[in-house]
Write a protein that binds this ligand. Sequence first.
Ligand code: FES
Ligand code: FES
Length: 160
Amino acid sequence: MTAIRFRLNDADFAEDVAPRLSLADLLRERHNLTATHLGCEHGVCGACTVLVDGMPARACLMLAAACDDRQIHSLEGLRDDPVIAALRDSFHRRHAVQCGFCTPGMLISARDLIQRGRAGSEAEIRAGLAGNLCRCTGYTNIVSAIAEAAQTVAAQGKAA
Ligand code: FES
Ligand code: FES
């Protein structure tokens, strides 16, 4: 077992973890944070995307033991985040969710694109989402929802 200390969704934890425990299993099995979905478990589908030190990361590929001293956010911890709020609203109104399996990872990746100013065009959004697979929607509504959320966030920034 490895002793780690980490900050998860703005709370501090100290735990012993097995060497092969993934971050995804740590979140889902120990912390009941089931918005972190597991699709491929091979780093391909993006359903397990979370933030590690503010950057999107595949929770299925990252070992929990590597999270010592890291700051982790799952989608549950971003409930009050203004960019996630704009995305939640636009995904809802533009019907960008069908089964919802890809949605948590999509939201976290989309938030990152918007924050980095990489959601300015359809081509840019599609390129930025290359690591997040959706087998239901055909992507069109997801892309338009992200474009709308990017405009909302920009307008909020100008108004602030
Ligand atoms: S479950 Fe992690 S990338 Fe697919
Ligand atoms: S909504 Fe079903 S996988 Fe994307």
